[in-house]
Design a binder for this molecule. Sequence first.
Ligand code: GLU
Length: 497
Amino acid sequence: MTEPENRPVRTRYAPSPTGPQHIGGIRSALFAWLYARRHGGQFILRIEDTDQKRTAPGSIELIEESFDWLGLDIDEGPRQGGAFGPYIQSERLTLYQTWAQWLVDQGHAYKCFATAEELKELRAAGTGYDRRYRDVPAEQAAELEARGMPYVIRFKMPLTGVTAGRDMIRDAVEFDNAQLQDAVLLKSDGYPTYHLAHIVDDHYMKISHITRAVEWLPSFPLHLQLWKSFGWEKPQYAHLPVLLNPNGKGKLSKRKQQFADAGASVPVLVHEFIDAGYLPEAVINFLANIGWNFGDNQEMFSRQEAIQRFDLKDVNPANSAYPIKKLTWLNSQYIQTSTVEELARLLKPVLQEAGYTVVDERLLEVAPTLKVRLKTLKDVVPMAGFFFADWAAFQAPPPDILLQRKMDSVSTAMVLEESIPVLQSLEDFSSGSQHGVMAHLAKDLGLKNGQVFGTLRAAVTGQKVSPPTFETMEILGRDESVRRLKLALQSLAQPTN
Ligand code: GLU
């Protein structure tokens, strides 16, 4: 078997359409994509729906949406088409059936008529399938088939010796044949198993490199033997390490979970990353950093930079704990480095979804104040949603928001009373000039800047946390700001309870 070092690079992502996309699968896809892009090759999407019981309707659309969102372009696939289609396995059944029969004809595989009861008994006895149909003479098998007995096709695994192969990440690997079973290649319903289907497809689709989860490593000898039986040029295999839960214990679960040491609940499905307000660039950067690193101690890099350096050979074989905390950091970095227009474009749907009517002009004014403050896009809602609410309906906040540290309603009212005329008479209502006069006022009143600025912030936003007070007032404008300060003053004057 030749190692195809010089084949044109064609990689693929081959998910089973079982529902929303898990981030572990996406990481495998990303590595395949990066490798294809690095070598000017093609990246293919193939849907492996041979287990019809596990197939969930709408999955292909979810997969496509996930890739669109992540910006991972697919060269060939169910939607894109291509010269090697169809790209959905259930549409290629005759091909697998033909090749399974070919293996039988060549003596590499056999029809096994063991019934469900027989197999159950073998399992109960703890022996596993005992190859009882492996050496049944051809005429006898033909007779059973003619009688309409259901059968599967099993591979004739060598009974002795070793199967040796090479994995791009682990180098030489070797397996003892005596430990292996005669795996099913074609099921009694005429559907192939993964073992047969991926080899037939990877051959026909001219795949040069297979990237898949390390869970497939135990089946690797079977696959190597299958390639050998077919006599086809074998692609290179890279068995990727899996993602572990953030605490390093166990494979990353399929469902969003609460992990004590990771803080908030941990997203694992692509749509959960979208919903949580992460940027696709940050997610790509985050995933590329798991099991591979850019080098130079550089954690933040663009996908273009990753393409220039990525090599499957450099992937670390060890499984890694899911470093979810880094994602939040990366996300805030991507938010900070995006342009105001780009940030506004990303924030608009988030605000709209929260029920706000977004005027672009206002969003462009607000966005610069948010850059260094948002960890996720979702943070815009509690932080700055008030800019997009109906201003006329604004209500003064209750005392627990309004009163700052070591202040009471008397000192708060004093700050508001003193501020109003100062702001009203300020010639230039820019944030810089407001800051100057208000720092002065704080000094005159014997208060800390934080107490005065915080009072104004709470009064005009109704919140404890917001963009900087004076930038906020500049955007609200003098009239609206002063109106809100007066409302706060009135509410303080009202008797509580
Ligand atoms: N359908 C297989 C899976 O989801 C694909 C493995 C592979 O990439 O070959 O695990």
